[in-house]
Design a protein around this ligand. Sequence first.
Ligand code: ADP
Ligand code: MG
Length: 234
Amino acid sequence: MELIIGKELKKDYQTGEVAIHALKGVTFSIPKGAFVAIVGPSGSGKTTLLNLIGCLDRPSAGRLMVAGMDVTSFGKTDAAIFRGKHIGFIFQSFNLIPVLTAYENVEYPLVMVQNISASSRRKQVQDLLAAVGMGDQQKKMPDQLSGGQKQRVAVARALVTHPELVLADEPTANLDHDTAMSILALMKQIRKELDTTFVFSTHDSRIIGEAESIYRIEDGFLKTNGNGGGRGHD
Ligand code: ADP
Ligand code: MG
């Protein structure tokens, strides 16, 4: 089953007089449960594509389906509700809330969710912190954690609402090689346990080798599409 289907997706940015054609018509599909790397040089359109899939921005043309919904022309409110239900985000710069503990950062997305008791919320947060290897760091503030530890907390936060899809824009770019590999291994392990679909962008060739499918983007066009195409040629 396809979780994400993009058809002739285009995205233009208007900056003053000049239009930048960031995506020039990309067609692709990503099956449920996939572990996908979107790769390409800086400025090729990776973030733009992830932002569209994550309903953080709207395509200028084309059609986009995510989790069985046509999200192409979602307004701000529909997009926000959809994201809350279906998508978890992991960022390059971790984006933890600095005044909240590790525990509170992971709990945060659940605070908005109705119909969940305090005790099951606590259990969910604690289980996930344990799963990412941060069970004994719950009370630490973000500035007391290393980069790798922060990203572990961010992975837990992205998963706490049990989204079908996790999007990660260069999640390992600020991490050293060993830490980056351990975050990748963590994402893979969780994906196996929870059947979560992961789509992440990277231009680190060592990370690319860990992906199962590679979608290579260059100058706004998709060059290879899925199933390891182009693997090992970054
Ligand atoms: P990548 O993530 O692969 O580095 P991006 O998707 O960020 O690439 O950018 C693709 C192109 O779109 C680049 O030329 C970039 O300068 C341009 N771009 C991205 N975001 C904006 C924006 N908000 N306004 C104008 N141009 C943008
Ligand atoms: Mg980017």
